[in-house]
Write a protein of this length. Structure first.
Length: 232
């Protein structure tokens, strides 16, 4: 086991302050706080959560580096009207599969100043994966398996969905029994909750595992679709 002992409450104060003063001068003046209060425990947490997730997802990747499982705090503002330079939350991503992490499915966590978001799945399907996803949803065996996985996720308090087309895509019938699932262009299960007391304790990885566990069937289903698409 790792030495993760919980996030300091001051980490949330840092995120709150960054939201109020989202500029490079403020960040540079508080860089040491970011590294000590956010980045260091995040590295320890990624390792601890990876160890626990490996019980249910043995092939999960937990990389305690920035641009690994710890997403960069800097925003890409090149094509955005919002030019604020930093995210005001901490994003973590533990993925399953070979190749670039962005091309895989996995588990995600977002720590905000006042909320925690968590979930699993894949936010966007590229063309080949999208075709494989639709075929699997249509399949008389795999389609109902996804329905069962989605019901387990929603029963745990998560919401299932992602970007969605207005119409069922051709060649599938508009009255297809899984029409709503066919309309998705990505599939995740997740939710946001108030900051739990466990965030500040060594129990936080277990708190996350308890909530990510019911999402594993959906995430595993999507991971198989991604594998099918990449093996073609």
């Amino acid at each position: 086991m790792t030495s993760f002992s919980g996030f300091d409450p001051a980490a949330l104060d840092f995120l709150r302050g960054l939201g109020e003063h989202n500029d490079r001068a403020w960040f540079d003046a508080h860089r040491a706080d970011y590294e000590e209060l956010v980045l260091l425990p995040a590295r320890e947490f990624v390792i601890a959560l990876g160890e626990r997730l490996a019980v249910i997802a043995p092939a999960v990747h937990a990389d305690p580096r920035v641009n690994g499982s710890i997403l960069r705090l800097n925003r890409d503002t090149r094509f955005s009207a919002d030019k604020t330079p930093y995210k005001t939350h901490l994003d973590l991503w533990l993925w399953e599969g070979d190749g670039p992490s962005r091309a895989c499915t996995g588990f995600f966590l977002r720590i905000e100043a006042d909320r925690i978001g968590y979930g699993a799945g894949m936010h966007h399907f590229e063309k080949d994966v999208l075709a494989a996803y639709r075929a699997a949803v249509d399949d008389p065996r795999r389609g109902p398996a996804l329905v069962r996985a989605a019901k387990k996720a929603t029963a745990s308090g998560a919401q299932v969905g992602r970007e969605q087309w207005k119409r069922v895509p051709a060649p599938y019938a508009a009255d297809h029994p899984r029409a709503d699932l066919l309309r998705y262009g990505g599939l995740v299960a997740g939710t946001r909750v108030d900051v739990p007391a466990e965030l500040f304790t060594p129990d936080f990885p277990d708190w996350c595992l308890e909530r990510l566990g019911p999402l594993r069937p959906l995430q595993k289903w999507v991971a198989q679709v991604v594998a099918d698409a990449t093996q073609r």
